[in-house]
Ligand binder design. Structure first.
Ligand code: ZN
Length: 672
């Protein structure tokens, strides 16, 4: 199908006003039939013809210049005929500003059941009344024309951003064919039409997609689609950076469905002009607020008696009139007023952030405020750091030695190191984290569970025995023919004893093994043996049988500094005499650098809770190991170069240059 040619009418005009130095951030202006949009801009989402909970007056006070409507939802209810009758959405919802509609592609793939894709379009079952509906490029554009949106989007084939190459390629080519059909279907419309660059997280596909779509004549702007659906932050940022470079400079660029305030500043820095996301109102419903004091979770009990403003720097009604304790109460009771106030506050936070960024780009200060604002926007509650506020019900003996019990805001009981305030597995269900991060990621454990080989596992930092017991349960669920030997290292057994005193929340400890270990015995059943080395781990490791897998789970570098130093990793590496996986929850640049400098190959591990990545270090890896794990590559090295904490504080200044050499010449960068 050849791209449609179009007449000379210009649906929207885009002018660039300023470009930042030392950044791709740019300020511009889009002129539409419903007003002027200063960019970069955040577009509040009005899914069903309403920005959730916000009245017309509140919207007017917030002052967005453009909002979003969702074609998919509005097509199901009230339907295309309705909009043709009332003359579009603007007048019906009393919205005087500009309107952008998505194509329905995202919802049809993410919300509808039994969607079947064909070259013609997507057939799915309506979530409103169960009827079968066919959505095609032509019917999507027809619906968007009926809505009367100022900026329409092409109908695209959305897939999960972590999809395999073949699927991503097929969906991308279909998106291109559908883009050409969307272009033909908009013929004669005064509304603008944006194309959507697809290609998942494959740079080569993104290049092809940008090339094909920018070669078609007639698009008024370009969107980056298919992100914020499963990829890591790093992949999202890298893909955004790649695509903005490929798009024409004289057309607006729109990063669809992204994201947090931190995502916004990262997108602006990479040359994005337009953003939309449901987070400000969706998170408000859950009691979460973005503030100048970090991200605040008002559900937490710590706010129950806090007679202070939500955000002292914000003049909105929620902050100027009410206290955190009242907002906490509304959220806990699920009073709609709480949702409404927090939505208003969050939308205001987003819109004023964008105004600040626009002003900074125009006055030349963006590059200097970017690093500081990026750090600030990534913070969580600075006044009441999550995980550090004991909420345990006062019961006898919730403290033992250096440890006490705490209940996390998410409701999981954990062991806290009192002196440092640090909590073991503070934010996730500890058993889920133990299984996902430490057990499920290991190739050697998978081999052992399948009966293919015998293994030895070092469990460094036994703590409350979450990791060891996650592995033991995996073995005991289906005892393999292989032998599994687990050696746990711990110098302070009070955390385990405390957990055993409170087995109600620590269900995982209802097992014979921990009791045997505390009696100084090993736990043995079939081919499984679990033993404890009590004392300093770095010393104890020298006497233990050599491992195939190491769970590296001491307290963090702040609390247990010595275990995260280059010296510790060198000592560990020197003990490893065969292919060994070292799995750890940390993904810090300094710690990964120390692992590289110690001789390990370093790979990305799965996300865990708020951590977008964990880490797997490999000693003496086989070619299969390297192919199996997500070995860090040039993209990570490039991000490392921008990091302000490349090496740990334990590295003396005069050793840093030499270590940089070691890391730069690590064989893992030379891989194809
Ligand atoms: Zn506020």
């Amino acid at each position: 199908m050849s791209p449609a040619s179009r007449g000379t009418s210009v649906a929207v005009e885009f002018s660039r006003l300023a470009e930042a130095q030392g950044s791709r951030a740019r300020a511009g202006r889009i002129t539409t039939a419903h007003g002027v949009i200063e960019t970069p801009v955040f577009m509040p989402v009005g899914t069903r013809g309403a920005v959730r909970t916000q009245t017309r007056e509140q919207l007017a006070a917030l002052g967005p210049t453009i909002i979003l409507g969702n074609t998919f939802h509005l097509m199901l209810r009230p339907g295309r005929e309705h909009f043709e009758r009332v003359g579009g959405l603007h007048g019906w919802m009393k919205w005087p500003g500009a309107l952008l509609t998505d194509s329905g592609g995202f919802q049809v793939f993410s919300l509808s059941r039994n969607a079947t894709v064909s070259e013609d379009g997507v057939e799915f079952r309506s979530t409103a009344d169960g009827r079968r509906i066919m959505l095609t490029p032509e019917s999507s554009i027809g619906m968007q024309r009926a809505i009367g949106s100022d900026i329409m989007m092409v109908f695209d084939h959305l897939i999960d951003s972590t999809s395999p190459l073949a699927l991503a390629e097929e969906a991308m080519h279909r998106t291109h064919r559908w883009a050409a059909r969307s272009l033909a279907a908009r013929e004669g419309s005064p509304n603008a039409l944006f194309a959507i660059v697809q290609g998942a997280c494959f740079p080569a596909l993104r290049r092809v997609s940008a090339d094909v779509l920018t070669t078609m004549q007639g698009f008024d702007g370009y969107a980056i689609g298919g992100l914020a659906v499963g990829e890591t932050r790093a992949e999202r940022e890298d893909t955004t950076e790649l695509v903005t470079e490929l798009l024409p400079r004289d057309k607006p660029r729109y990063l669809m469905g992204v994201g947090t305030p931190l995502d916004l500043i990262e997108g602006v820095h990479r040359g994005v002009d337009m953003f939309d996301c449901v987070l400000p109102t969706a998170w408000a419903q859950q009691g979460l607020a973005f503030t100048s004091r970090g991200r605040i979770d008002l559900v937490r009990g710590v706010h129950a008696a806090a007679e202070v403003p939500l955000d002292p720097a914000c003049p909105c009604e929620a902050c100027a009139t009410y206290s955190r304790s009242y907002l906490h109460h509304l959220v806990k009771c699920k009073e709609p007023l709480g949702w409404q106030l927090l939505s208003f506050h969050n939308l205001r936070f987003y819109l004023s952030l964008m105004a600040e960024l626009r002003a900074a780009i125009r006055d030349g200060s963006f590059a200097s405020i970017y690093p500081r604002r990026r750090d600030e926007l990534g913070r969580s509650d600075v006044d009441n750091p999550p995980g550090k506020v004991p909420r345990a019900k006062p019961r006898a003996a919730t403290t033992r030695g250096a440890f006490s019990l705490v209940v996390s805001p998410q409701g999981f009981t954990s062991v806290q190191h009192v002196a440092s305030g640090e909590v073991m597995h503070s934010v996730n269900d500890p058993d889920v984290e133990a299984r996902r991060v430490y057990v499920d990621q290991s190739r050697a454990i998978a081999d052992a569970l399948a009966g293919r080989r015998d293994i030895t596992v070092w469990d460094v930092g036994l703590g409350a025995a979450h990791n060891a017991l996650a592995l033991i349960r995996a073995v005991e669920a289906a005892p393999p023919s292989s032998r599994v030997r687990i050696v746990s290292f711990e110098h302070d057994l009070d955390a385990l004893r405390l957990g055993l005193d409170h087995q109600k929340p620590f269900i995982h400890l209802r097992h014979e093994g921990p009791h045997r270990l505390l009696r100084g015995e090993a736990y043995e059943r079939g081919g499984l043996r679990w033993e404890l080395v009590h004392g300093d781990a770095l010393t104890g490791m020298t006497r233990a049988p050599r491992p195939d897998v190491v769970f590296w789970d001491p307290f963090s570098a702040k609390t247990d500094t010595r275990m995260w130093t280059l010296d510790a990793f060198r000592a560990l590496f020197a003990l490893l005499d065969r292919p060994t996986e070292v799995i750890t929850y940390s993904a810090s640049t300094a710690i990964r650098s120390a692992l590289l400098a110690a001789g390990f190959y370093v790979a990305r591990g799965v996300p865990s809770g708020p951590k977008e990545e964990t880490t797997i270090a490999l000693a003496h890896p086989t070619a299969d190991d390297l192919a199996h794990h997500a070995i860090l590559g040039a993209d990570w090295l490039a991000r490392r170069a921008r990091s302000t904490a490349k090496l740990g504080a334990d590295i003396p200044a005069d050793a840093r240059d030499a270590l940089e050499q070691v890391i730069a010449s690590h064989p893992q960068w030379g891989r194809p």
